[in-house]
Each structure stands twice: as C-alpha cells, then as structure tokens.
Design a protein around this ligand. Structure first.
Ligand code: ATP
Ligand code: MG
Length: 247
C-alpha cells in the first residue's frame, strides 16, 4: 500500500478507499462494494467529510435504542467488514448485541472469510452461517438470516443496506438503524433511526455514546429515543449535501 501523506486534503478518504481495495483482495468485499464506496464518497465529500450535528444526534439515539433492545443484532456486509471490523466488535460489546454476517451477494466463501475476519478482530460469536430462517417477501438467497439472529432481533443495525431488504426488515416490525451517506436512499428512508454519516465515523461514535449512556435509566434512554426526529435528521442531511457548504 502506498503511503498517504497526512497533509493530503483527501487523506482519510484515500485510506478508506485502500481498505475497501484490500477487502476485495482478501475476498471479503465484492466488486460491487467498490462501486458502493464510490457512491458513498461522493455524498461524504458534499457533507464535508464530517459528522454533522443531526448525525451525531442520530448516533446518540441509535446508542439508546441499542441499549434498550431485548435482542439487538448488528449486520455486517463486505464493506462494513473491510472498513470497521474491530469497531463493530467493540460496539457489539458495548451494547450487548450479536454480530451477524449478512450479504446481498451471498457466497459461502465470502461468508466464511468475513466471519474469520471478525474473529481476528476479537469477535467470539458470529452469526449468519446457519441461515435457518428467511425474511418474508424477499427471494430465497437475499432472504437468508439466522433464526436466533436477525430473525429474532427486535433492533437491527444495518449499515449500507440495500433498499429492498431494509424495507422487508421494517415490514417484519423490526426497529431499524441504518447507516447510509445518502439521505435519499430507500434504506435511510425506512429506518427508525437513519444515520447519515460515513460508517468509519458513525460506528465509533455510536459506541462512544453507548459508553456514556451505560448507566442511564430506561426513562432517560426512552426520552432520547422519543426526542429524536427522523424526518428532521434526513432533511438536515439533505440540506447540508445540497448546500455543499464546504470550508
Ligand atoms: P437504493 O437505496 O436506491 O436501493 P442501493 O442502496 O441498492 O440503492 P448501493 O450502491 O448498493 O445502492 O448503495 C450503497 C449505499 O451505501 C449508498 O447509498 C452509499 O451512499 C452508501 N455508502 C457507501 N459507502 C458508505 C460508507 N463508507 N459509509 C456510509 N454509507 C456508505
Ligand atoms: Mg440504498
């Protein structure tokens, strides 16, 4: 990997891009994942490559929602595994959630490679390999989940999820937390908590909030959840992108 000078204006973005490239080389990220990353980068550029205040509020609401859950599951795809494997393990530990590998383009090789990669980053139990339940309303391959994982969960964090699957999960009555840089994406639009931020910033920030809220009462957590306004969060992100207020 070529060295990226710290003073390069796109340094962080280039490092992220290299991690996706390395993910493809290791067999954990699909080629489509490269394209998805390119899409995300374009929105991030317009957002100023920073966590805007409405995204920070969404990340706090997500932390509260995860802490309140009976059974929270964090879904991991090839881009998520390449970009934030250790950070996902830390978040799962902080909120007591399960990790489940869930791929749009599912192959047994990639499932196993991602599960191994998560274990290399400290995960002890990785779900998704049993695939003994189905999300209703989706075709066979896209519908596969674990019965004691996403199928059973009341709260799911689905970063960079495809629109159809995000809609199908919310139709199952699950509380969905979506991380997506595009506030107009269907996935973001169906989420109870849409986080319009780069996954590399979003996940550590949800963990930070979860640690701060560790000792909060149920009432305090419920207040944070009910004060969060998903429409306002989507609108504020879209406004920031359209204004392209770069400094
Ligand atoms: P639709 O939402 O219209 O169904 P799609 O979601 O199927 O389209 P993709 O290209 O697969 O289309 O979507 C990838 C999504 O992931 C994009 O909305 C993109 O903004 C988002 N994304 C990509 N990289 C990141 C990242 N690093 N952090 C957060 N979001 C990202
Ligand atoms: Mg989408």
């Amino acid at each position: 990997m070529t060295e990226i000078p710290d003073d390069h204006p796109r340094a962080e973005s280039l490092r992220t891009r290299h991690r996706i490239e390395a993910g493809v080389e290791k067999g954990i990220t699909s080629k489509q994942g490269l394209i998805a990353q390119g899409r995300g980068e374009a929105y991030d550029y317009l957002l100023g490559e920073e966590t805007i205040p409405s995204a920070d509020r969404a990340e706090r609401a997500a932390a509260a929602r995860l802490l309140l859950a009976d059974h929270a599951v964090l879904s991991v795809n090839g881009n998520v595994a390449a970009l934030v494997p250790g950070e996902m393990v830390e978040l799962a530990d902080a909120v007591g959630a399960d990790l489940e590998v869930n791929l749009f383009n599912r192959t047994e090789e990639r499932m196993a490679a991602i599960a191994d990669h998560l274990r290399d980053h400290g995960a002890t139990d990785v779900k998704g390999l049993a695939a003994d339940a189905r999300i209703p309303g989706l075709d066979h391959e896209r519908a596969k989940v674990d019965e004691d994982g996403i199928y059973d969960a009341d709260v799911v964090l689905v970063p960079l999820e495809d629109g159809d699957r995000a809609e199908a999960l919310s139709a199952m009555g699950k509380t969905e937390i979506v991380v997506d840089l595009n506030p107009m994406s269907r996935s973001a639009r169906v989420a109870a908590v849409p986080i319009i931020d780069n996954i590399v910033r979003a996940v550590p920030n949800v963990t930070k909030h979860a640690r701060e809220l560790q000792d909060a009462s149920r009432e305090e957590l419920e207040a944070i959840v009910s004060e969060f306004d998903r429409e306002a969060a989507l609108e504020q992100a879209e406004r920031a992108i359209r204004q392209g207020d770069l400094d």
